[in-house]
Design a protein around this ligand. Structure first.
Ligand code: 0O2
Length: 260
């Protein structure tokens, strides 16, 4: 165990940019090492397991980069053709090592790299924030029809919002990533939502940690009402954009396109 603790700093691959979470391995370090220990383990076994874990996170980070690039390319092409960006921003994260451990424990799964790859869908997460609701479906469809993408699951919480008012379009996909030893399919969870849905979800997420509060039912009701207002506003904003586009088209068709 000591040996593993001493060498882990040495092993860590370089940090690439702010989206990369391998730093978390050092933050979670000792707790993570304890979680990975199995009965009868030698120091080498623990060290190996830690290294496999770190390598797996590195692979998920690579998958995130592939997915982000695809969305960035789609955004640029769409913007070139239509003179507006369907994507406002993209963020991504690799799940914290101790959150991975917690999820495996809750599900009664073994603390192994195989169990993570096979059973957890959200180790790599990419969030795509779109301007309008129709952009979400357009971008998701353009992404999903790329022939190296396998869509494993879709949850459309926009057409069918959750009871609490949560709205987003979720996809679990598999993307092939090329490493030195060959191609590996990597799983990534993608969440697509509008700016307004994202604003709502960030605030609602804070309720997760306020389970015992007496104010919870009232806040939840208020949040649900806000979710409905937001959904109505998103729909109205889309309607306005379509009307503006029609005006522009009519103007172009009538030969007035160049005049103000
Ligand atoms: P975190 O901290 O964001 O990672 P699964 O992930 O498939 O095991 P589940 O819950 O069936 O479990 O998947 P689902 O419904 O697709 O939700 C996955 C993620 O969507 C969540 O991850 C959240 O990020 C987000 N999400 C889902 N429901 C809600 C909600 O009601 N409110 C908010 N704010 N976010 C939600 P995690 O792991 O729960 O959380």
């Amino acid at each position: 165990m000591k040996e593993a603790e001493q060498t882990k700093e040495h092993y860590l691959p370089p940090i690439h940019d702010e989206e990369v979470d391998l730093k978390q391995l050092s933050v979670d370090g000792e707790e993570l090492l304890h979680a990975l220990v199995q009965e009868g383990d030698s120091a080498e076994d623990v060290y190996d397991r830690f290294n496999h874990f770190a390598e797996l996170l590195m692979r998920y980070m690579a998958a995130i980069r592939e997915v982000r690039t695809k969305f960035e390319v789609l955004n640029e092409e769409f913007s070139f053709r239509n003179s507006r960006n369907p994507i406002e921003s993209i963020s991504s994260r690799v799940k914290r090592p101790m959150s991975i451990v917690g999820k495996l424990r809750r599900r009664g799964l073994p603390m192994t790299v195989e169990a993570i790859e096979k059973c957890l869908n959200d180790v790599a997460g990419v969030r795509v924030i779109c301007s309008f609701i129709d952009d979400i479906y357009a971008v998701a469809e353009m992404f999903a029809r790329q022939d190296d993408i396998t869509v494993l699951e879709v949850k459309d919480y926009i057409r069918k919002p959750k009871q609490n008012g949560y709205r987003s379009y979720h996809m679990i996909v598999e993307i092939p990533v090329f490493f030195s030893d060959g191609k590996r399919p990597m799983r990534v969870e993608i969440q697509l939502r509008t700016v307004a849905m994202d604003f709502w979800a960030s605030l609602e997420h804070q309720m997760k940690y306020k389970k015992d509060s007496a104010d919870r039912p009232e806040i939840s009701a208020e949040l649900k009402s806000c979710a409905e207002t937001i959904a109505a506003t998103d729909a109205r904003m889309l309607g306005i954009r379509k009307r503006i586009e029609k005006l522009e088209k009519d103007r172009a068709d009538s030969g007035l396109g160049g005049q103000k």
